[in-house]
Design a protein. Structure first.
Length: 121
């Protein structure tokens, strides 16, 4: 199975081989958010993450609006492949002008949006 991962930095392909998929079937097919541990492969601009272990993080996603502290990360940044982990974190640099995600729409109520899970079985 191939899954596309995307963040503000770019896109990576999650490769889930049959053995790993069968061991983590429930999390892959029903979770709203997953954590993946695996091996990173990079060729030019193409980044692949070959999954070795998958964790269901749906509970952490559901509690995102109720937390007073940032989401705990026990590992490095997800974009270390691109940035090598050296130098300043690009997310902490001053913004370069107004971006689309910075636009405020008062009637949008983004805090009430709930992600619906899909069960493909």
């Amino acid at each position: 199975m191939f899954v596309t991962l995307e963040d503000e930095i770019g896109i990576a392909n999650l490769v889930v081989w049959t053995k790993v998929f069968e061991a983590n079937r429930r999390a892959i097919l029903s979770a709203s958010m997953i954590g993946v541990r695996g091996r990173v492969q990079r060729e030019g601009e193409v980044v692949h993450l070959v999954a070795q272990r998958i964790t269901d993080l749906s509970a952490e996603l559901a509690s995102a609006g109720d937390r007073d502290i940032a989401f705990p990360l026990s590992h490095g940044r997800g974009d270390q492949v691109r940035h090598g982990g050296s130098g300043p974190d690009p997310r902490e640099l001053p913004p370069k002008g107004l971006r689309s995600r910075d636009i405020y729409i008062p009637d949008l109520h983004i805090d009430t949006i709930r992600v619906k899970t899909r069960d493909f079985r």
